[in-house]
Write a protein that binds this ligand. Structure first.
Ligand code: HEM
Length: 558
């Protein structure tokens, strides 16, 4: 916008130059050069004002508390590359500003960002004024290539419509029907772990195995396809090409897992490009990280589009012929195909191909990385604390002794397991950062916000706030979730923000909870996790609290 205004100012000013005796402008080319010079002066002045002067002397947010110092142009942005977890910097701030509801920090080009630090702020943003905020333009520029347009990226009415459309496959009754899929994949994971114990060195990369497990689950639950990543988990090269991806969706030896690895676990250049792409178009730069990113996004978009076209054609033809067999539990792709038959009263009638692809892209990524991360950190904490894993194992064994095929209600009653998953979500919240932007002028925590103001909504600020959790805030202690130990402040539903809250609360929360419990129910009685001295790195900065690799030793329990 300021570029347009500068162009207009320069265009209006050019004819004034001869009158003011500044330049004669006897030809069109002289006028053109004068325009460019004026435009550049105007643009640079506006840029200098908005970067160097406005945030410090004129912004209405300049009096808000917040971190001091920062780079003259990049503000506090470089600090995001120095932190252990992708949210550590925010936890430092919540401790530096106890009791402060909202702080301000500066990012690239000294753009201002506000961060709510309290449960009340989370509630106002996520629940009370959910639709007065939208996803930020910067974040959209970062993720649209691999997430497309769908429920996660939509705001306002479009988001409500997607949520309505997807509510049925994510209802509790439908998710309970997915139990056989969760069990099947948990057992396949056990087979792989068994092979590693018997034939290999007993060392696993937990994040890789868990991601393959949850990705295979998503293949069946979302696409109705066997993706077979687990089958290929112990093979490489040609072997992998032969087994991975069950033939039909094979593209050389590249698969969904490879594509998502490239997106969620890029090189440092890839990480810089990801965050920079929020502000500038950097994806055209001839860099290896960009080539890998483009290959991954092309694979995901192309494969999903092909599956959508194939499935929709088959389902619509069968529906028209009256031969379609409506299964009791349908994958999401089939569900949308069924509900999108033109002329029917389905909830997905009129969905565009782009939106169909976008929703599947989002469900695939939101649905596997998060749960895999929680399972990985659970395995890590087991390896660090054998008493903890013994307690969880004893609880699961006691259940299996009386109930070999536990129901949803039986799993609900596994309270040590439940507490473990809650504590992992508190300390290693997989969705590390979520972003919001004021969709209109509004008041937030008593502060008048202008349209376009950006908010970082960070689960870790309430999860790791000593004012809420006391002196043991940094300890990993699942028993803090025992109902009788929780203080009213800790039990506030807006404090536990790992799945977000309000109308945009994680659509897959019940799915994830059942899936993670069933994986633990199969794995924990069969294997013991043991710590290795090998150090691991966490993807930071990043969008998830994810280790890039997590080597653990496993021992078979006879
Ligand atoms: C431990 C596992 C999970 C965690 C911690 C988690 C966390 C979250 C969070 C924090 C959000 C809100 C993001 C935002 O507002 O910007 C979200 C949204 C979402 N999640 Fe999850 N998620 C998990 C598992 C899943 C699974 C298994 C699925 C699907 C199978 C799923 C599907 C979604 C969808 C579709 C949304 C968008 C909801 C909306 O905007 O209305 N998630 N999740």
């Amino acid at each position: 916008m300021s570029t347009l205004k500068c162009a207009a100012t320069a265009a209006i000013s050019v004819p004034l130059l001869p009158r003011l005796g500044i330049a004669k402008l006897e030809s069109w080319s002289a006028a053109g050069i004068a325009f460019l010079v004026l435009f550049s002066i105007c643009w640079l002045s506006v840029a200098a004002f908005s970067v160097l002067i406005y945030p410090h002397y004129f912004s209405p947010y300049r009096h808000l508390p917040g971190p001091k110092g920062g780079h003259w142009f990049l503000g506090h942005f470089p600090g995001f590359f120095k932190q252990k977890y992708p949210w550590s910097i925010y936890v430092d701030w919540v401790r530096e500003f106890p009791g402060v509801p909202v702080i301000r920090y500066l990012t690239i080009a000294n753009n201002e960002v506000l961060v709510p630090l309290t449960a009340e702020g989370m509630k106002e943003c996520l629940q009370v004024k959910c639709y007065e905020f939208k996803k930020t333009e910067q974040w959209l520029r970062m993720v649209l290539d691999f997430a497309g347009w769908g429920i996660v990226t939509f705001s306002g009415a479009a988001h409500r419509a997607s949520r309505r459309m997807l509510s049925k496959p994510f209802s509790l009754s439908n998710i309970r029907k997915l139990e056989p899929i969760f069990n099947q994949k948990a057992l396949e994971l056990c087979e792989v772990m068994d092979r590693i114990c018997v034939q290999g060195d007993g060392v696993i990369d937990a994040i890789e195995l868990m991601a393959k497990t949850t990705l295979d689950i998503m293949g069946l639950a979302a696409l109705g396809r066997e993706l077979s990543h687990l089958q290929s988990a112990q093979s490489t090269g040609k072997e992998k090409a032969a087994t991975a991806y069950a033939g039909a969706d094979k593209s050389d030896d590249y698969d969904f897992h490879d594509a998502y690895q490239c997106i969620v676990s890029p090189s440092m250049t890839g990480k810089i490009l990801l965050f920079a792409s929020g502000y500038l178009n950097v994806r055209w730069l001839p860099l290896q990280a960009n080539r890998e990113f483009k290959r991954a996004t092309a694979f995901l978009n192309g494969t999903l589009l092909r599956l959508i076209r194939e499935r929709t054609a088959v389902v619509h033809a069968a529906l028209r012929a009256g031969t379609h067999e409506m299964k009791e539990s349908r994958d999401i792709l089939t569900f949308i195909a069924e509900e999108s038959l033109p002329g029917s009263d389905g909830v997905a009638v009129g969905i565009t191909e782009d939106e169909f692809v976008g929703n599947l892209l989002q469900i695939m990524v939101a649905g596997h990385e998060t749960s895999a991360t929680v399972l990985t950190w659970s395995a890590y904490m087991f390896a660090m604390d054998h008493a903890l894993q013994d307690r969880v194992r004893a609880e699961i064994n006691a259940l299996l002794a009386t109930t070999p095929n536990p129901t949803y209600a039986d799993l609900e009653a596994l309270h040590h397991t439940d507490n473990l998953l809650k504590e992992v979500n508190r300390v290693f919240s997989p969705a590390a950062v979520t972003y919001r932007e004021a969709a209109q002028d509004l008041t937030f925590q008593g502060i008048p916000l202008r349209k376009g103001t950006v908010l970082d909504v960070i689960p870790a600020v309430t999860h790791m706030d000593p004012q809420i959790w006391g002196a043991t805030v940094d300890d990993f202690d699942p028993s803090r979730w025992e109902a009788e130990r929780l203080t009213p402040a800790q039990a506030d539903p807006y404090v536990f923000a790992g799945f977000s809250n309000g109308p945009r609360i994680c659509l897959g929360k019940t799915f994830a909870w059942l899936e993670m419990k069933l994986v633990l129910v199969q794995v924990v009685p069969r294997f013991r996790f043991v710590k290795l001295e090998e150090a691991f790195e966490i993807e930071s900065p990043g969008l998830a609290t994810r280790p890039s690799a997590m080597k653990l030793r496993i021992e078979k329990i006879e």
